[in-house]
Design a binder for this molecule. Structure first.
Ligand SMILES: Nc1ncnc2c1ncn2[C@@H]1O[C@H](COP(=O)(O)OP(=O)(O)O)[C@@H](O)[C@H]1O
Ligand SMILES: Cc1ncc(COP(=O)(O)O)c(N)n1
Ligand SMILES: [Mg+2]
Length: 476
């Protein structure tokens, strides 16, 4: 097999009909930025010299995104352009003939409508199957539909990856859940959209949610305090994880009696009971990432550090929560010391806001240059990456990521919304979700900020103080 099931997740097929003055390269680049996992160049009437040039250009582009690239039908162009393979229909070239001409290392995809065709293609050396049309489509007028049942039967009958094609849109992915299809192939649902990059991203998120035979849903544990008002702490974390496509679990460090106007009480759990919760989770469902939020005492921090190092926990995001948005102090002095000495060194990233970065670095932050200095001090001192959040005081939404001696800014759009209760909890949980799903730290931060902005922009307005955001803004 020359391609992987995960390559099928969002398979983009090009179409000259949608160019509208743009170059194909620009359109494919947008689709790749949106996260498509496979590209097929489909040209029906292009002059051969231009076809070859185009193929070579798109191949180079796909390489830079590490995405496989195949040519529809044309083995000659595939060989001459260095493409990764071809896709052939039933009426086009025979699979065995294609394999003979391309050699063993190239990808060959075959279009199928029945179990018999699927088995024959697999036996002939196909690397993946395109099954459809699943829905009515304008791209191909001469094609008959395939039922969800047939798709399911094909997926059961073969071991190679299967991509569903034909009239697919984001809202038509969920019905394919449980069929065993590894992904969806689309033309107009990407290239026919006004914002190609956003369309690709949305398709990918939906496909990740519902498809994939070989995917286990990623899991994230939050170790944090409960917020009775539901906007911050454990409650914000679990909602964020659900919205970010991971399975969320919790170990509660303390109950807080809290609402949008403030914290009226904190009731910590015992160290033994916190350890029991962490043990229960790790011994059964190992988390792919861990987010640590409010931990009110040094004693509890020591338990967390000990248990997480025992289990060799990965992708730890430490949100050094010290003061709530409403101004209440959430941890004692001894806890600050333990947090620095024990938790920061374990962190893949720590996410202090400006007041917290001041406490951790010991310097006063008045400008973006100060943010860089503070993040550098914390990162050097404790050996972790530091995301210093700019939501406070500087009055922007730009966050600074300092790691391995270098830094970069994540420029957010400042949203005029007084309801920011839980922004820090939400951001750190969204980052942990991204890391669990295999995104790099930079990508995870980028995606987390995008999610947070959406939740703020939804303009939920609850309670009389600084209210919570709408974590479910994508849910109708
Ligand atoms: N009004 C806003 N518009 C957009 N993003 C914001 C806004 N306020 C805060 N953020 C973002 O929310 C995240 C949490 O930041 P911040 O509010 O500083 O942390 P905390 O909630 O821990 O105090 C950061 O990514 C920050 O840039
Ligand atoms: C239980 C709990 N944990 C954390 C916060 C911080 O909230 P924010 O995300 O606004 O910094 C909070 N208010 N309550
Ligand atoms: Mg915070």
């Amino acid at each position: 097999m020359n391609c992987r099931p995960e390559d099928m997740l969002v398979y983009a097929v090009t179409d000259r009909a949608w160019l509208k003055g743009e170059s194909l390269k620009d359109q494919v680049e947008k689709a790749l930025k949106g996260g498509v996992t496979f590209v097929q160049l489909r040209e029906k009437n292009l002059d051969r010299r231009l076809f070859l040039e185009e193929a070579a250009t798109i191949k180079e582009l796909c390489d830079s995104f590490h995405v496989p690239f195949v040519i529809n039908d044309d083995v000659e162009i595939a060989l001459a352009s260095g493409a990764d393979g071809v896709h052939v229909g039933q009426k086009d070239m025979d699979v065995k003939e294609a394999r003979r001409r391309l050699g063993p290392g190239k990808i060959i995809g075959v279009s199928c409508k029945t179990v018999e065709q699927a088995k024959a293609a697999e036996a002939g050396g196909a690397d993946y199957l395109g099954v459809g049309a699943m829905y009515p489509t304008d791209t191909k007028s001469d094609t008959s539909q395939v039922t969800v049942e047939t798709l399911k039967a094909i997926c059961r009958a073969v071991d190679i990856p299967v991509v569903a094609i034909g009239g697919i849109r984001a809202d038509r992915i969920q019905p394919l859940k449980g069929t065993g299809a590894d992904g969806v192939a689309v033309v107009s649902a990407i290239f026919g959209q006004p914002d190609i990059e956003a369309a690709a991203r949305r398709l990918k998120e939906t496909a990740e949610m519902y498809l994939g035979r070989h995917r286990r849903r990623k899991t994230v544990l939050t170790i944090a305090g409960s917020d009775s008002s539901g906007g911050a702490g454990i409650q914000a974390d679990l909602k964020t994880m659900l919205a970010n496509g991971v399975y969320g679990m919790s170990a509660i460090t303390a109950l807080t009696a809290q609402n949008t106007t403030g914290v009226s009480g904190i009731f910590p759990v015992t160290p033994e009971f916190l350890a029991m919760q962490i043990d229960s989770v790790f011994s059964d469902i190992r988390p792919d990432a861990v987010k640590i939020g409010m931990v009110s005492s040094g004693e509890l921090i020591r338990v967390i550090a000990e248990r997480l190092s025992y289990y060799k926990a990965e992708n730890i995001v430490v949100d050094p929560v010290m003061i709530s948005t409403s101004g209440s102090r959430l941890l004692d002095e001894d806890a600050v010391g333990a947090l620095k000495e024990l938790l920061l060194p374990m962190a893949a990233v720590a996410t202090p806001n400006i007041p917290e970065a001041e406490v951790l670095s010991g310097i006063c932050i008045r400008s973006s240059e100060d943010m860089v200095r503070a993040a550098e001090i914390i990162s050097r001192e404790y050996g972790c990456a530091v995301l210093c959040k700019g939501g406070h005081r500087l009055n922007d939404a730009n966050d600074l990521l300092y790691r391995d001696g270098g830094f970069c800014w994540f420029m957010g759009r400042r949203i005029d919304n007084p309801n920011t209760h839980g922004t820090g909890c939400t951001l750190s949980s969204a980052i942990a979700s991204g890391l669990a799903r295999g995104y790099s730290l930079e990508q995870a931060v980028e995606r987390a900020k995008e999610y947070l902005s959406g939740a703020l922009e939804a303009m939920l307005d609850l309670g009389s103080g600084s209210g919570p955001m709408d974590h479910g803004f994508q849910i109708p």
